[in-house]
Design a protein. Structure first.
Length: 323
């Protein structure tokens, strides 16, 4: 087996581990005990008039009897505003926002670059070449994919590099940030820096991403798994970058860097969960709460007596007994 074939097989393995680990971790977060809801408003998925004026159906008489109208466009708008512009961080921690925005914006562009590489590879497999050397073919689609791939790749990597350096300087140079920065936080930033810097070195040998697109084509067609597909020529710089990137993809799901994916749970199950609990109406939440109330206490305090179920505790409280 050639070195490039082994490199491509390791790419498959890294991607499979990434997907499985993310799915397992997300499912575990989703299965955690039901958190306390915030019970605050406005909630962006309420009906448009209420959400836009900062109101809520909580303000209506007998609101629990009213049908909860969902405004999905408002929820999507609020989600994209936070994801793309990090509005809350901008208002409450402007100093951190500058670096975080470059950092996360760079990540989004790099992800877009991967998607464009995939689209470009599919386009070439369909018979429409993207580029020869540094010049795109004259077809409008080829030109569009070619230009967008260059822009997202270089702008994204540059923004990510600048964001890493800014956040690193902030955490090292400012006491209020250095106090809560752990060794693992520095390690993560340096790991991402290694991916980005090795990517720039690799781009020096492949400035128009021709080899990167050929590598993607080979992965799509199962290049290392069949003798009928010619494997691309990969330079030493590209090989080193791919190895570092693959190790990072395996490492990523096991770190706190997956917090972005978990925001779905923190928003929809904590901040935005305003479904009423109506007596006599059995919901999935009721099933969970009833299960928790049947847990037996394994520790003890004046208001939590060991050996009793949670459902029994209130009747054992002194003030309840007196009444």
């Amino acid at each position: 087996m050639s070195f490039v074939a082994g490199l491509e097989i390791s790419s498959y393995i890294a991607f499979i581990i990434l997907v499985i680990a993310l799915a397992v971790r997300f499912s575990r977060y989703a299965a955690l005990p039901t958190p306390l809801r915030w019970e605050i408003y406005p909630v962006p998925h309420e009906e448009k008039e209420k959400a836009e004026r900062g109101s809520s159906y909580y303000e209506d008489l007998e609101w629990w009897r009213a049908k909860l109208v969902r405004w999905l466009a408002g929820e999507l708008k609020d989600t994209l505003k936070e994801m793309l512009f990090m509005v809350r961080l901008f208002y409450y921690n402007r100093k951190m926002w500058w670096g975080s925005y470059l950092f996360h914006g760079g990540i989004y562009l790099i992800l877009a670059w991967f998607v464009l590489l995939f689209i470009g590879a599919i386009t070439e497999l369909a018979g429409l070449p993207i580029s020869v050397g540094m010049y795109p073919f004259n077809h409008p689609w080829s030109i569009l994919i070619y230009v967008l791939t260059l822009l997202t790749g270089y702008v994204g990597a540059s923004a990510l590099l600048a964001g890493c350096i800014y956040l690193l300087a902030l955490r090292i140079g400012v006491d209020s940030y250095r106090m809560y920065t752990r060794t693992i936080d520095y390690f993560n930033i340096f790991f991402i820096l290694a991916v980005v810097v090795s990517g720039f070195v690799a781009a020096y040998t492949d400035p128009f991403f021709t080899t990167a697109r050929a590598y993607m084509k080979s992965l799509i067609t199962g290049g290392p798994l069949t003798m009928f597909v010619a494997l691309p020529e990969v330079s030493a710089a590209i090989s080193v970058h791919l190895i570092i990137l693959e190790i990072f993809l395996i490492y990523f799901p096991f770190t706190k860097m997956v917090h972005g994916l978990m925001k779905y749970i923190s928003y929809h199950k904590i901040a935005w969960d305003n479904e009423p609990r109506i007596p006599g109406v059995r919901t999935s939440l009721d099933v969970k709460v009833n299960k928790y109330l049947n847990y037996v206490m394994s520790w003890e305090s004046p208001y939590a007596i060991k050996g009793h179920k949670w459902a029994e505790l209130r009747s054992l409280w002194p003030e309840v007994k007196k009444s």
